[in-house]
Design a protein around this ligand. Sequence first.
Ligand SMILES: [Mg+2]
Length: 302
Amino acid sequence: MKVKDGIIGLVVGDALGVPVEFTSRSELEENPVTRMEGNGMYGQPAGTWSDDTSMTLATMTSIINKKGIDYDDIMDEFLEWYINSKYTNSDDGRFDIGITTVNALNNYRNGAPALESGCNGERENGNGSLMRILPLAYFRDIDYETIENVSGITHAHKRSKIACVLYVEIAKSMLENDDLTIEEHINLACDKIKEHYKGSEELKHFQKIFDNNLDDISGKGYVIYTFECVVHCLLTTDNYRDAVLKAVNIGHDTDTNAAICGGLAGIYYGFDSIPVDWTDQINRIDYLLSLCEEYEAFCDES
Ligand SMILES: [Mg+2]
């Protein structure tokens, strides 16, 4: 069972970061997160997940229901979350959403097809598609165009799309080969991206990741900063717990950085590496585990 490694890894990272979202790095240096906490930014109980998890679960559910990728149906499930708080584990329902995602969902509600709903301005390169793209890594024969399109229903700029492709490639490498180091997985995926997008102006934005030149990172929610943060946290720790706590304590977009980091750390180190006292605090964990099982069964059959 590999789906729960990554997905629960993502959910736990998200929940760890929720209470301190938008907290600065210097504040967290003084008072770092070391465990699953409640209250904070949104006044939620410990173990509450946010949009990162909800949109990931919506994507998985749509894929199971439609037996494949149906862009409009994924958007319909996102709307179920946006409007009706489906896919949440908080009594308050949905309590956060990114601006680019809101704009794309409203475009869709106003009649645009899913593939024309996404925002493609250069300023619309937040991490909002990267945080929900992990389910695609479990598809055996996923192609780059499909990954780009699943990003593009909300985040349609090429930079966000390439970030999603790179993330899925790293995850796939980890899923397919147990014998490599994290650095080797990342390097292999980067080589594929450099080759596939050769000549694209966008590649220069990924250069610090390609070069592992990550001494100066930011926790802010720009897709490239997030990717740099995640790679930095993975390459400077040697277990799930330390990787996600490091991502949280870099500050700012704490939940999303830790969710994206946690997805890969979960796959690499395995579900059993995720502290039980953290998973025990996730309300609706049984629902998550059964969705992961259903999703795995679908991916195995297809
Ligand atoms: Mg969030």
